[in-house]
Design a protein. Structure first.
Length: 178
């Protein structure tokens, strides 16, 4: 497995479009399967393109990081964090998305992506990295806990998916102590 900074991946001629197409496929397939990635319906290709372009722009000035994981030359995962915009919160960032293609689950992709994003956050001077996960996502919560994230809050039955309700779990990694 190879984990790269997405700016490296999307910089060549035609590479941006290929990356966006693969990222769109992963995100849309996961959301279609019920993954809690912030969309109720699968995102459109243009929405994913806008997200990638926004993240790459923010990464150029140190306000975000976007990582991509490849197995056998195929994009199988992506994740990113974004720095909080308010001046008093600039040393903090939120790990907003971590998406791993279902075909690559259990192969260490999520762990490698998260570790790379934590390292990027440290390098950018982030003091506290936060994230949230749906309460039924036990695998993700175990992964984050194993990497040093701790739960700091929970909103019971906050996430609605049809008639079902799930807790929203907030986690943090204090990089000042690491």
């Amino acid at each position: 497995m190879i984990v790269l900074d997405a700016a490296e991946v999307a910089s060549g001629v035609g590479e941006r479009e290929r990356f966006i197409g693969s990222a769109h496929r992963i995100l849309a397939d996961l959301v279609r399967g019920g993954a809690a990635l912030g969309w109720v319906e699968p995102p459109g290709r243009e929405e994913v393109a806008g997200l990638v372009d926004d993240l790459l722009g923010a990464a150029r000035v140190g306000d975000a990081a976007l990582r991509a994981a490849f197995l056998g030359g195929r994009l199988v995962g992506l994740g990113y964090w974004r720095r909080y915009a308010r001046p008093t919160h600039r040393p903090h960032a939120d790990l907003e998305k971590l998406a791993v293609d279902a075909s690559a689950h259990g192969r260490g992709v999520g762990r490698a992506l998260t570790a790379a994003l934590v390292a990027d956050a440290r390098g950018a001077g982030i003091e506290v990295l936060t994230l949230d996960a749906r309460g039924d996502n036990a695998g993700a919560l175990r992964l984050y806990g194993s990497l040093g994230f701790t739960e700091y809050g929970r909103l019971p039955d906050f996430v609605a998916v049809g008639e079902r309700r799930y807790d929203k779990v907030f986690c943090m990694l204090d990089l000042r102590r690491a």
